[in-house]
Design a binder for this molecule. Structure first.
Ligand SMILES: *Cc1c(COP(=O)(O)O)cnc(C)c1O
Length: 361
């Protein structure tokens, strides 16, 4: 068996110890004589899995008691509609900051359900920075402001939250959840597709303050109403059982093997610094994002020559560094260095890049 270093933006690398544990428990989960894939979601044994996944997430992220944690399906993309259907209900206005493709999709979806306005954007420079905003950027009667915290495709992140005054803040944290501590109390709602930094695809986590539940538009489908899932402990219908189980193993890994989110952040900063330091000093490669807004998780870079980019991606793949091709709208390369990418993977990638630079410049 040989495993590659997988720099995919999502679905993405999972901790090896989690995969081993899942393999060991595949045929017989804790003496139940069944795989977690096979068991009833209403069984006692499954109930303890989903409950410990939630309590671990609450503990690790320090989620306050007045927030609900929902385990849903439909991907982060379904939240682009669920958020406005449930939250754009008082004044029917919401303000969106466009920092990339996901934020733009969220904005366009919201515009179907009310008065959504794009109040700031970094599209003018291929989303290579986070636009500066202040309280005056937002409409005082907006029901919420929506941001995409970490921009998976373009490699930018909010190192500081925008000041929205009293306007509730909603964030898509799909590609940065669990990468470092985050003050949940600053948000009305957070959501994340699990397949970037938490689990395989199929699970979407929503963390929502209780007073934002229960005001959905009349047209809201039952399955799109946060109330439905909050009232039923994420068991209104069959939840994505196996994915929630892997999320639980990943959370145990963060708690017991890593030592929590402060430690996770230290490791992530170390990995990102290795790559950015190399890029800043390279004669061949360069990062595409302004230094002050660089993501810890997704690192896009280019050589400036499309043929050389292609050659790099090809040779890297052959050497066991896979999924480094950049998104088609940016070109070049992108290394996604999520929690489960070991430090050693980034060290070896940097060494490979140095070697490629020497041979090609
Ligand atoms: C991947 C991603 C999405 C889309 O997630 P799906 O689960 O595929 O719908 C949305 N937002 C961000 C920031 C992402 O990285």
């Amino acid at each position: 068996m040989s495993r590659v270093y997988n720099f995919s933006a999502g679905p993405s690398v999972l901790p090896e110890s989690v995969l081993k544990k899942a393999a060991a428990e595949m045929l017989d989960y804790e003496g139940s004589g069944q795989s977690v894939m096979e068991m009833s979601h209403r069984s006692k044994v499954y109930d303890s899995i989903i409950k410990s996944a939630e309590s671990l997430l609450r503990e690790i992220m320090q989620i306050p008691d007045n927030y609900k944690v929902l385990f849903l399906q439909g991907g982060a993309s379904s939240q682009f509609a669920m958020v406005p259907m449930n939250l754009m209900t008082k004044n029917k206005k919401a303000d969106y900051i466009l920092t990339g493709q996901w934020a733009t999709k969220a904005f366009k979806e919201a515009a179907h359900y009310g008065d959504a306005v794009a109040v700031a954007s970094s599209k003018d420079k291929t989303f290579s920075y986070i636009p500066k905003v202040d309280k005056s950027t937002f409409r005082p009667d907006a029901d919420y402001v929506h941001i995409c915290m970490n921009n998976t495709i373009y490699g930018t992140v909010y190192h500081e939250l925008p000041d929205t005054g009293d306007i509730p803040l909603v964030a898509d944290i799909s590609s940065c959840i669990l990468s470092k501590p985050i003050d949940v109390s600053k948000f009305a709602l957070l959501y994340a597709g699990a397949q970037k930094n938490m689990a395989p695809a199929g699970l979407t986590v929503v963390i929502v303050r209780e007073d934002f539940i229960g005001n959905a538009m009349d047209i809201t489908p039952t399955m799109f109403n946060y109330q439905t899932h909050a009232d039923n402990g994420s068991m209104f219908n069959t939840p994505p059982c196996y994915t929630i189980y892997i999320a639980k193993l990943v959370l145990e890994w963060i708690k017991n093997e890593i030592g929590g989110l402060e430690k996770m952040q230290e490791i992530n900063e170390k990995k990102a610094a290795m790559l950015y330091d190399f890029l800043d000093n390279s004669k061949l490669f360069k990062g595409t994002v302004v230094p002050e807004d660089r993501s810890l998780m997704n690192v896009p870079f280019v050589t400036g020559d499309a043929d050389l980019d292609a050659k790099f991606v090809k040779e890297a793949t052959e050497a066991g560094f896979v999924n480094l091709k950049g998104h088609r709208t940016v070109g070049g390369m992108r290394a996604s260095i999520y929690n489960a990418m070991p430090v050693e993977g980034v060290e070896k990638l940097v060494a490979f890049m140095k070697d490629f630079e020497e041979k090609n410049s």
